[in-house]
Structure formats: C-alpha cells, structure tokens
Design a protein around this ligand. Structure first.
Ligand SMILES: NC(=O)c1ccc[n+]([C@@H]2O[C@H](COP(=O)([O-])OP(=O)(O)OC[C@H]3O[C@@H](n4cnc5c(N)ncnc54)[C@H](OP(=O)(O)O)[C@@H]3O)[C@@H](O)[C@H]2O)c1
Length: 241
C-alpha cells in the first residue's frame, strides 16, 4: 500500500518540490492549494501521468475555519492513510507597526499558525494510526528579530512553539518537527536586483542561496528520522550562526 503525504501550499515553489520528491518515491500526494488552481492541476497531471491516480488536489483558504475543516474531511477520505503532514503554506509580507490591522493579523496568523494548528488537530488520529510525521515549515530569521514583520514572526514563532509542545503531546506515535529555511527563493512576485542578491548572499557563510530541493531533502530526512522530535532544523547555509 502506498504511503500518503499532505502538503499545504503545494502548487508552486517549495511545496511543489516536496510533492515531486515524494512522488518519485511512489507516494500518494495530496496537493493543497488556495488560489493557484491551474498550477495545482498541472502538478497533479504531471504526477499522475507517471504514477496514475496518486495525486489529488484540494482547495482551501487556511484563513477560513470552515475551509480548514473541509480540507481535513476531504483529505481523510482520499487514501487509506496519511503518513506525513507538511504545513508549508504561508503568507508573507511586512506589517510595519504603524500600519498593522486586524485583516493582516487574520491573514498572517491564519495561514502560518491557526490553520496549521487546526489541521494537526483534525488529522492527528489519522497520523497516529500510521505512526506518522508532522513537519512545520518556519523561518530561520525568527531568533534575530525582524523589523517590520511583527505579525509574520509572531505566527512563525508560534508555529515553532507548538512544534515543541505537540512533539510531547503527540508522542510516541507521531514525530513533530520544524524546518526553518533561510534565503531559498525570492519572495513570491518579487525579483531582487543583482545588488540585493549579493547583499543577501554576503550574510550566508555558504555563499549562495538555497533551493527548493534543499528543503525537500530536509523534509525527507526529518520524516525518515524516527528518533528526532520537537526539533527546529535550520536549513539556511549557516545564516543564523
Ligand atoms: N522562500 C524562501 O526563501 C523562504 C524563506 C523562509 C521561510 N520560508 C517558508 O517556506 C515555506 C515555503 O516557502 P515558499 O516561498 O515556497 O512559499 P510561498 O510561495 O510564499 O507560499 C506557498 C503557498 O502558500 C499558499 N497560501 C498562502 N496563503 C494561504 C492561505 N490563506 N490559505 C491557503 N494557502 C495559502 C499559497 O497557495 P496558492 O498559491 O494556491 O494561493 C502559496 O502558493 C513557507 O512556509 C515559507 O514561510 C521560505
């Protein structure tokens, strides 16, 4: 029986690479997306053309409670098991303190913290049955303090905190870890100038940006490692040192 991975925000970029990595291993892939329907369909077609009927897509806006519930209910029905949940979906934009609003709070907390927490709540029994893994994708910059990103960092910091707490609560059946990427890709819809890129790279000991593959490999490593739980694994080229 194939194993199953559910990846949130999997239509593009890092989530897509995690999906392709697990598809190569013959897994069933649940591709969650919010607005990128065409990309999600294209990815599912690509996977299904190699491994028929192994990829399914589900739409849900993680800011909306009823849509999180729908994602949970639909995911449970698609395949026999759910073995890995990757909370990868994220909204990312600055909220300088002079301009914060309730909408920013709902949006950044919804996708980065509340949605992931309630997904774990809804899927924990299914994950327990398969001695599964939960992997929360956070951000390496949290420990340093990031100006203008108070809500985003509060959300990702909260996600790291619940990673540790839930690692205790859901043990011994489920491992719960976080992967904290550094500079992997430019933010969505942003193209850095060469000068901006050089500035970012100057602060990275390994002198290059990471890639989607670095995160996908880390997900696989952490999910396979059955004696690691409650850890935040930084995949950042040494940037946080
Ligand atoms: N890229 C980096 O260098 C970097 C650095 C540090 C941390 N990270 C973390 O690594 C993860 C992946 O990064 P990424 O750059 O590939 O992510 P991304 O492209 O910024 O976002 C991934 C997906 O999240 C989904 N999403 C956003 N808001 C949502 C909502 N309200 N409900 C449901 N889905 C929502 C979007 O889906 P749709 O397109 O379908 O709407 C989007 O495609 C994220 O958790 C990010 O915070 C990345």
């Amino acid at each position: 029986m194939n194993k199953t991975i559910l990846i949130t925000g999997a239509a593009k970029r890092i989530g897509k690479e995690i999906a392709l990595t697990y598809s190569e291993l013959g897994w069933n892939i649940i591709i969650h997306y919010n607005s990128s329907k065409k990309d999600a369909e294209k990815l599912a077609e690509k996977i299904n053309s190699k491994n028929p009927n192994t990829a399914k897509i589900i739409q849900a806006n993680l800011d909306i409670d009823s849509e999180v519930s729908k994602l949970i209910d639909e995911s449970k029905k698609l395949f026999d098991t759910i073995d890995i949940l990757v909370n990868n979906a994220s909204t990312f934009y600055p909220t300088p303190i002079d301009n914060i609003s309730n909408d920013h709070w709902q949006n950044l907390i919804g996708s980065n913290l509340k949605g992931p927490l309630f997904l774990i709540h809804g899927l924990k029994d299914k994950l327990k049955e398969s001695n599964g893994s939960i992997i929360n994708i956070t951000d390496t910059n949290l420990s340093k303090g990031v100006a203008n990103f108070s809500i985003y960092t509060a959300a990702k910091g909260g996600l790291e905190s619940i990673t540790k707490g839930l690692a205790r609560e859901l043990a011994p059946e489920i491992t719960v870890n976080a992967i904290a990427p550094g500079a992997m890709l430019e933010p969505p819809d942003v193209e850095w100038t060469e000068e901006q890129k050089e500035k970012v790279i100057a602060n990275i000991p390994l002198k290059k940006m990471g890639s989607e593959k670095d995160i996908a490999q880390a997900v696989k490593f952490v999910a396979d490692a059955k004696y690691i739980t409650g850890q935040i694994i930084k995949v950042d080229g040494g940037r946080s040192l």
